[in-house]
Design a protein around this ligand. Structure first.
Ligand code: NAD
Length: 204
C-alpha cells in the first residue's frame, strides 16, 4: 500500500500520517505549505510533496511518480479561513475533492477516504447534542449553515457516486474542547485519525 495524504501537515492529516507510519507504511504528504510542526516526530519516515489540490497536473504527477494506491483527502480550507475566503473555500473544498477523485480514477487508486464534517447536518440538538451526544446517523437530514459546511456536503456528492470509494463523516461526540489549534491533537482528533485508518483498511 502506498498512501498519499493530502493536507498531511494539518491537524487530521498529520495524525493520520503518524498512524500509517506506526502501521509500517511510508506515507506521502501532499500539502500546499510546508509546516513541519505537527509531523516533526515522523519527518524521516514520510515523503513530502508540496502542491495544491487545485493543481491537477501536479496531483497527477505525484500520484504517478509514487505509484500511489490509496489516498486520504484531508486538505481543506477550514474554520475562520474558510469563512473569510468563501470563493476559495468552495474551490478548495469542492474542486479539490473532484480533482483528487479524477486523479485517483486516472491511476486506478484502490481507495479514497474523504474527511467530511459533522457541520453538513447543521446544528445537531436534542439527544445528538449535550450531554448525551448520541452518534448522528448517516441519513440524518442535512442542513449546512456555513459556507464550509455547504462545501463539505457538496464535495460528498461526487464521492457518493463512485461506489468503490469510501466516504467518511465524523458524527462523533465532542466531549472535550480541543486544545489550542495547531499545537496538540485532541482525543477527538485521534479518534478521527483512527476512523481514517479503519476506513482505509476495511475490506471493499
Ligand atoms: N479537525 C477536526 O476536528 C475535524 C473534524 C471534522 C472534519 N475535519 C475535516 O478534516 C479535514 C482536515 O481538517 P484539519 O482540522 O486537519 O484542517 P487543517 O487546516 O489543520 O489542515 C488542512 C491542511 O490542508 C492544507 N491545504 C489547504 N488548502 C490546500 C490546497 N489547496 N492544496 C493542498 N493542501 C491544502 C493546509 O495547508 C493544511 O495543512 C478537513 O476536510 C476537515 O473538514 C476535521
Amino acid at each position: 500500500m502506498k498512501v498519499l495524504i493530502t493536507g498531511g501537515m494539518g491537524v487530521i492529516g498529520a495524525e493520520a500520517s503518524r498512524r500509517f507510519v506506526r502501521e509500517g507504511h511510508r506515507p506521502i504528504i501532499f500539502a500546499r505549505h510546508r509546516d513541519e510542526w505537527l509531523i516533526r516526530d515522523i519527518l524521516e519516515e514520510v515523503d513530502i510533496e508540496l502542491g495544491d489540490v487545485l493543481d491537477m497536473p501536479r496531483l497527477l504527477d505525484v500520484i504517478k511518480r509514487h505509484r500511489v494506491t490509496h489516498i486520504v483527502h484531508a486538505a481543506a480550507f477550514v474554520g475562520a479561513v474558510s469563512a473569510a475566503n468563501p470563493a476559495l473555500s468552495v474551490q478548495v473544498n469542492v474542486m479539490g475533492m473532484v480533482n483528487v477523485l479524477e486523479a485517483a480514477r486516472a491511476f486506478d487508486v484502490a481507495r479514497v477516504v474523504y474527511t467530511s464534517a459533522k457541520g453538513v447536518y447543521g446544528p445537531v440538538l436534542g439527544e445528538y447534542g449535550a450531554p448525551t451526544y448520541k452518534p448522528v446517523p448517516e441519513d440524518f437530514p442535512k442542513n449546512p449553515k456555513r459556507i464550509y459546511d455547504s462545501a463539505k456536503l457538496m464535495a460528498e456528492q461526487p464521492l457518493a457516486r463512485i461506489p468503490a470509494n469510501l466516504r467518511l463523516r465524523f458524527p462523533l461526540p465532542e466531549r472535550r474542547n480541543p486544545p489550542k489549534y495547531g499545537h496538540n491533537v485532541s482525543a477527538r482528533q485521534r479518534t478521527l485519525a483512527d476512523a481514517i485508518i479503519t476506513a482505509m483498511l476495511a475490506p471493499c
